[in-house]
Design a protein around this ligand. Sequence first.
Ligand code: CA
Length: 371
Amino acid sequence: MTTIDRRRFLRTTAAGSFGTVAATTLAAPAIAQSAPELKWRLTSSFPKSLDTIHGASDVFAKAVAEMTDNRFQIQVFAPGELVPALQAADAVTAGTVEMAHTASYYYWGKDPTFAFATAVPFGLNARMQNAWMYEGGGIDLMNAFYAKYNIFGLPGGNTGAQMGGWYRKEINSPADLKGLKMRIGGFGGAVLQKLGAVPQQIGGGDIYPALEKGTIDATEWVGPYDDEKLGFHKVAKYYYYPGWWEGQAMLHFFINKPKWETLPKTYQAVVKAAAQTANTIMLARYDAQNAAALRRLANAGAQLMPFSEPVLDACFKASNEVYDEISAKNADFKKVYEAMKAQRGDNYLWFQLAEYTSDTFMMIQQRKNAL
Ligand code: CA
């Protein structure tokens, strides 16, 4: 096509389409029905001081607003403003709020099956959890279970692998766990109890004084970035790793199921995309900030300590016993456990080749100061 031909073509086409518009009556744009003005309330289980976790709700709400030209607005509330932190799921079930940002394993006491969506001892890492949830049927499997609670859930953030926590004395062998009073909840606590430890449930703000007074001997929290803010290194210098009960910890958006089902399809797609954004950004924030926090903690006297292989072996064995005991009496738990195990077996087969070898080589270069 020559330049003149192209100009003539553009002119004709433009005139043609203008003519069409002028000659016909346009139907009302579909956007008015598919994009109603909505205002939802989201209760977060996480205080604003945990900016990475609480921030995932803000990332989500902002993405939803931007993708709907502000027609769908989600207001984020801190714990206690509408409902207490650990009643977020109940509020969603009852429809008191449209949705929550919470950790599914907080509801382990209702049914231990809740734990798999967040973290379970010697479970998956963050990459594997995403693979299971998004591509391995995990989201559907969990939602078949959540339906009993009138909840529709979507992944909404991850801490990555957590640290094993702060200890006032060294843990060299499984025997050192006997009588250890440790602030740890849920599944991990049940496993440690088998090994003679005494798990304690203590709220975030009360941990430091308990550790300082010696009311407890140890506590776990998250990782360097969050732990630093609570100052545990000042009263318990041994900082162990890994937190085998949380090789990753995935957060969730819980949505009242009838509310989810009445959303227009376009808004459902927007919510799914915004939740995926929050899921990605939260882990990226931790990965971007943990190294600097780790350096500051080490400079302030934290002693980095890997759990010994005998300690990990004992914890792994005790974990498997707990899995089997619960599976024997809970069919939902058994079903999700079997699915997680299949994913775990396949992923650890694959990850030990390219991923592990490449990471190991690069970590050796890091220790040589070659990076
Ligand atoms: Ca933790």
